[in-house]
Design a protein around this ligand. Structure first.
Ligand code: NDP
Length: 280
């Protein structure tokens, strides 16, 4: 039986720590505020934005909400970002992705002041991570490092395989594991002998967006398995990229979906908001 890595409990611990920090900062007259921008009304984005605002409320920091209509032009969005970049009372700026197809995400991400880039997506934030300088780290991979550390799982010297190479999960994940002194392999859709590669992992991190693709034949017995995927299965039930029922009996620890990596993403966003004060 594997240990179940409980992201709900760990994220709550982190949020309670942040709540204390926010209260101490308030006493010193420092008020932290996150600005959240959503364009259009994609149902999943609405849920994420609502949860982010709830998270701010929970830890006691301010949030400003900009719900813009689907037909907002790229220039209007860039103008708003420019205004928020200049505001001293705004510490973090988050633009909820995906954006409508007439808006170029890269241009928008680059427009955010790197000192307010709490999502950690700006090229300057990514570059800083790459060369080990201070900056914001993408929330989901940062949350996974916390999940591992707070579950007592050692990373240094371990064989880690990251399956998926996206800019927001796979790539920053592998850089963070490297920073923790793991030996890191990145695998993707063009990797040959994928099962052989993933079966080398002491810690396997899966971020591919393929419902339940990873069965026990991809996993070394005793490995730690972190499932980043958020998908719907054939019955429309939420599921990960890992076939939990099949893999859980042979691994040493595993994250469930939901309740594993998901809750950590918001906790780390809130952490970035608190940390933003040090960068500004
Ligand atoms: P992307 O679609 O951007 O990237 C998927 C990656 O997986 C690509 O690198 C792709 O390879 C690789 N891949 C796809 N299919 C296969 C395959 N059959 N074999 C091997 N590699 C494959 O996804 P994201 O990184 O944005 O997200 C991944 C999953 O994580 C999704 O389910 C998403 O919903 C979830 N997610 C969850 C978050 C959370 O808070 N828990 C946050 C962010 C994402 P290639 O590059 O060669 O195309």
């Amino acid at each position: 039986m594997a240990a179940i890595i409980d992201g709900k409990t760990i994220s709550l611990q982190i949020k309670d720590e942040l709540k204390q920090k926010a209260a101490e900062m308030k006493k010193q007259g420092i008020n932290v505020t996150l600005a959240v921008i959503q364009v259009g009304d994609n149902p999943a984005s609405c849920v994420y934005v609502r949860n982010k605002k709830k998270g701010c409320e929970y830890i006691g920091i301010g949030s400003l909400s900009y719900e813009l209509p689907e037909e907002t032009t790229q220039q209007e969005l860039l103008d708003l970002i420019q205004e928020l970049n200049g505001r001293k009372d705004v510490n973090g700026i988050l633009v909820q992705l995906p954006l409508p197809s007439h808006i170029d995400e890269d241009t928008v991400i680059r427009a955010i002041d790197p000192k307010k880039d709490v999502d950690g997506f700006h090229p300057q934030s990514v570059g800083a991570l790459c060369i080990g300088q201070p900056g914001f780290v993408s929330c989901t991979p940062a949350g996974i490092i916390q999940l591992l550390k707070r579950s007592g799982i050692e990373i240094a010297g371990k064989e880690c395989v990251v399956l998926g190479r996206s800019n927001i999960v796979g790539k920053p994940m592998s850089l963070l594991l490297l920073r923790e002194n793991a030996t890191v392999t990145i695998a993707h859709s063009r990797t040959k002998e994928l099962k052989e590669v993933t079966s080398r992992a002491d810690i396997l991190i899966v971020a591919i967006g393929k419902p339940k693709m990873i069965t026990r034949d991809y996993v070394k017995p005793g490995a730690v398995v972190i499932d980043v995927g958020i998908n719907r299965d054939a019955d429309n039930k939420l599921c990960g990229d890992v076939d939990f029922e099949d893999v859980e009996p042979i691994c040493s620890a595993i994250t469930p979906v939901p309740g594993g990596v998901g809750p950590m993403t918001i906790a780390m966003l809130l952490n970035n908001c608190i940390e933003s004060v040090n960068l500004q």
